[in-house]
Design a protein around this ligand. Structure first.
Ligand SMILES: Cc1cc2nc3c(=O)[nH]c(=O)nc-3n(C[C@H](O)[C@H](O)[C@H](O)COP(=O)(O)O)c2cc1C
Length: 191
């Protein structure tokens, strides 16, 4: 199953458009796709009560509750595509709320007796697809964080950032940049 995570706020989002183009190639091999639109998920910052409810369930080894739905879905995906606009050198806050919901000890990762974390996610590949108004350069903090979390904790072996930049800059033909990025997808996805 391919999990498509949509963290895009705008109807005409270019990050979503680029990510959908990537999905169309990837789903040629695996047509089973689940889409999660984060703005429709009623995500909330974790409160003390929510953490306690989570811990109560985890202490009983009961991962069946609705509060773990997003986490179980993430852990079970074969390939993950994230559509994420570049905001304030990072990503929209809604993605952090999603990652807090997904990051569950016993579902997406676990610790062994020595306290060493082990990933529990099935996915071997995660594509982080983003567009930016200006340059990203080395300030790709959103992707770097997602990479650290999903590789280091969740055990996703390979992550890749696909980007189209400069879309809001004067004298830049944003449509052309985007179409150019789309035309390079097949090569990027195959390597
Ligand atoms: C809240 C907000 C923050 C942004 N922050 C940045 C930024 O830090 N650097 C940048 O180059 N562009 C920034 N932009 C511009 C977006 O990265 C750019 O318009 C991007 O293509 C938006 O993606 P979308 O078309 O998927 O919505 C920001 C836009 C918004 C709305």
């Amino acid at each position: 199953m391919i999990l498509f995570i949509d963290a895009c706020a705008r109807k005409g989002s270019r990050s979503r458009e680029l990510a959908e183009a990537a999905l169309s190639y990837i789903s040629e091999e695996d047509p089973e796709v689940e889409k999660v639109c984060l703005y429709d998920c009623d995500l909330k910052p974790l409160t003390e009560n929510m953490i306690e409810a989570r811990n109560d369930a985890l202490n009983k080894n009961d991962y069946s509750g609705e509060i773990f739905n997003l986490s179980r879905q993430f852990a079970g995906a074969d390939i993950i595509i994230m559509a994420v606009p570049y905001w304030d050198l990072s990503f929209p806050a809604i993605l952090k709320l999603y990652l807090e919901a997904v990051s569950v000890n016993g579902v997406t990762f676990t610790y062994d007796d020595k306290g060493v974390p082990h990933g529990m996610c099935k996915a071997t590949k995660l594509y982080y697809v983003t567009t930016a108004g200006g340059e990203i350069g080395n300030n790709n903090y959103g992707y770097e964080y997602v990479k650290a979390l999903t590789r280091g904790l969740f055990g996703v072996a390979d992550t890749k950032c696909i980007r189209a930049v400069g879309l809001d800059m004067e004298n830049v033909d944003a449509r052309r940049v985007l179409e150019n990025a789309k035309s390079q997808l097949r090569d990027i996805l195959l390597c």
